[in-house]
Write a protein that binds this ligand. Structure first.
Ligand SMILES: [Zn+2]
Length: 236
């Protein structure tokens, strides 16, 4: 891993804790700079019965503060919230522009996102429509939009010149080819996950399942406790 700056993109607060918080903690220890982008602020994630009677603003406040706390645990430097509507995320020009704007501002060498590959639909969580949408939008923002001045000329007026990250790590669905040993940061990942109190009742119950998942993830890479991705070079 030779990227100094990493930008990880997800649909909802807590997605990045599941996907890459162990790696983020590792990279932070190595002196790398990690930032998060969270496309919705998770206002619908309050239980199947609608949850407590709170306004969207109150729900955003809860979930964004949980996300900020989780990011802080693993040393993430900033979290950007786009506040697109939860459950209605779509691969629109507006979402792609928001992603291009942040990529051009942060100038990361590496982008982490959901994987638009493989359509197995073998998990309702994994194939949540917001995850499918962010996977497509991040892929499309990476090429050709972010490096091409003809896309979103209004961003040039904001002073944001074309810039291309070098590589993308897609997580969650595709065939993995890149692994990070998170044995030493697994506890921090759990501590970060536990910050999402509105979503996770019992972290102790979740920990063994997360350890098992980290083991399954690492199997093909020969690592006991891992997070894994599918890597792809971004055309320059
Ligand atoms: Zn999610």
């Amino acid at each position: 891993m030779d990227h100094e700056k990493i930008l990880a993109i997800a649909a909802h607060p807590d997605d990045l804790e599941f996907r890459c918080a162990g790696s983020a903690a590792l990279w932070n220890r190595e002196g790398r700079h990690v930032e998060y982008v969270v496309c919705t602020s998770g206002e619908k994630g309050f239980g199947g019965n609608g949850g407590p009677s709170l306004s969207n603003e109150e729900r955003w406040a809860i979930r964004e503060s949980e996300q900020r706390a989780a990011a802080e645990v693993v040393g993430v430097r900033a979290v950007h919230f786009l506040r697109h509507p939860d459950g209605e995320l779509a691969n629109t020009p507006a979402l792609r522009r928001d992603l291009v704007r942040i990529m051009r501002k942060v100038k990361p060498g590496l982008i982490i996102s959901d994987d638009p590959a493989k359509d197995a639909y073998d998990s309702f969580y994994g194939y949540h429509s917001d995850h499918r949408a962010v996977a497509q939008a991040a892929f499309d923002a990476l090429y050709p939009a972010v490096g091409n001045a003809n896309f979103f000329p209004e961003l040039i007026e904001e002073g944001l010149e074309p810039f291309s990250p070098k590589e993308a790590f897609f997580g969650g669905r595709g065939i993995l080819d890149t692994w990070f040993d998170i044995a030493e940061t697994f506890d921090l990942k759990m501590k970060a996950l536990a910050c999402h109190k509105s979503q996770i009742d019992d972290i102790e119950e979740l920990i063994p399942r997360m350890r098992e998942w980290a083991k399954t993830t690492g199997e093909a890479g020969g690592i006991e406790c891992a997070e894994g991705f599918r890597s792809l070079e971004v055309p320059q």
